[in-house]
Design a protein around this ligand. Sequence first.
Ligand code: NOJ
Length: 767
Amino acid sequence: MKKTFLFVDILKAIILFYSTGVSASVPHKTVTSSVNKPVEMVGKKNVEEKFIANLMAKMTLEEKIGQLSQYVGREFLTGPKSGELSDSLLERGMVGSILNVGGVVNLRNIQEENMQKSRLKIPILFAFDVIHGFKTIYPTPLAESCSWDLDLMYRTAKSAAIEASASGIQWTFAPMVDIARDARWGRIVEGAGEDTYLGCKIAEARVKGFQWNLWHPNALIACAKHFAAYGAPQAGRDYAPVDMSNATLAEVYLPPFKACVDAGVQTFMASFNDINGIPATGNKWLLTELLRNRWHFKGFVVSDWNGVIQLKTQAVVEDENDAAALALNSGLDMDMTDGLFNACLANAVQNGSVSVSTIDVAVKRVLSIKYRLGLFDNPYRFFNTERERKVVKNAERMQIAKEAALKSIVLLKNENKTLPLSKSVKKIALIGPLADNQSEVMGSWKACGDEKDVISVYCGLKSKLGTGIKILCVQGCDFSDRSKQGFAEAMKVAQESDIVIAVLGEKALMSGESRSRAFLSLPGVQQQLLDTLKTTGKPIVTVLMNGRPLVLSEVEKASDAILETWFLGTLAGNAIADILVGDYNPSGKLTTSFPRAEGQIPNYYNYKRSGRPGNMEKTSTMRHIDLRNENLYPFGYGLSYTQYRYDNFVCPKTFDDKGKLPVSVNITNTGEYDGEETVQLYVSDLVATMVRPEKELKQFKKVFIPRGQTVRVDIELDARELGYWTNDMEYKLEPGDFAVMIGPNSRDLLCKNVTLKTIPVDLPNKQ
Ligand code: NOJ
């Protein structure tokens, strides 16, 4: 709904001015002075406990339940709708948290109103989906994962936290750590790809980045979501049921969440799906037994949007009352948006289905986070328009945005050294619906990003190339409509030019929540456009923007070079231009396999062994009769403008008695450019009680190698990482032979065998 300033709003601002000593748009005095003030109470557990106990002693049951209720922000008192914040809720102290309201002034208005109207004046906690940036937009998480640069991911999360917290936000619903092996699932764009080992490292980096200065007003508290297995919906349809073995759950989908707990994440979000028939929102084993009792998570758990009422739609309860009671009793602390806790929990206490002590435990968890954030000390602590002015979209944010965009790009094909652009190119045909687009490149969670700040490919290339090289930019066709009207003009500029750069792909919201697709080729007539351009005989560079792996078999045939740029955010155009002209040598590697056809899905690299290994030529093997098994582009794959040779792989024959295995390999940069290579180490358990994957990533290292030089890379493998999960959810490591593989991607590997004679005594009990 559009925000309108009414007379009543102006009146309200005047009243606020006189009643609080501040106008709605001027920072509160205490805010400026408290920005750098440490929260003295943090770490003083007794003081905190006493404070919370005193406060809770004053709270009515209704006020307690209110702390467990989160609402969507209303736009300037437009009145209550279902799940929306209303005046009376604020007055009754029944709003614990608000999500997705942007702008210091709006947040301040709500907080001030809360502080004036509610009896106990418990500050509201403000949350926002800060997924890949707030106002400065960074590459989508999937894009950024292709950098394999953990420090970078820490820094983008930190930078987003600095920017969002300066705008009054305290809590982000990120990182999403769902492993995804299905490109049809639109939310694959929000995660770190298909691999659990890499997913754990990235989860840790992102949690630590958002929470870099935890409890201070320039950091955010993070939220590990969506707990759990949300990335494995049947047929890749968002919100679909999840059915899997305990072993797969424990081995593939749970570890990134555990990594978040270990990294100190403060909140969790329960997922929409059921796991083997039990909805996550009402799953006591998941939310209490695993998360609390085994992992010792101390923060609080929020539902996903209307997740509590959905227990009724999932038909595991008869009515709303039972839904609220089941969720709370299972270990859910906060109800997002459906208002069911507020509507039902007091009755549930009366009829005995919920105990006050269960409510108290949840309330304490929420109040403790507010306390540590210093909100009781100063509820306006995060609102500081001066700091907002200084940090938002400043040079530091932009520098990180550019670096992240550069490192996220993956070069998929480069025949005849089509890229970087040759000096002889004088005229470029820049064609496609994304060639001069500023809004789609921000991706699926653009938060408060403004397309006016975004550099399109056309603008990036124009400012890079100056006036010496002509760029003829036309759209050619739209994203998904079938009109070919623009083809003639596209052909004309292609014929006139030395090279064609086709910028094709998906709209931002063809991936993301509720954006599953059954067909994964280029939408609309974009493939036909590309095929038509190919008939000109000009070299074709395809620049792709998309939120998921696409089926690129036809794009591959029509292109001399392919750059996968995903959605890169604010400085997309600058980064793409740098790579096109060779000012930056691409170094990204895929974190998700690209299928040849939709029928291959799920098509991850770490498949378990079959008793009849796949062979396209042979019947009765694990294959499709009409398509070879191998992915078009495997996990870990990505080219460079230079070439690397791997040799002299040294690996001892056995693990040492501490369970360590030091391996090393030479990598020589044999090409013409300096470059950064990601060395990947995979392991396979050659005989185990359970069927094991052909290979699993266990380590990686990024190394810079100047052209013509050789670098020796040392990696130490730890046997403790080589175990697996049983269906009884036990972590097991068996002695015997393992294959250790090293190389530039999951396909092209040097291999040695090694024996593990004795199991380390300190084998971690991982759950
Ligand atoms: C629903 C999404 O599933 C979740 O990821 C998001 O954080 C919430 N909506 C809040 O916007």
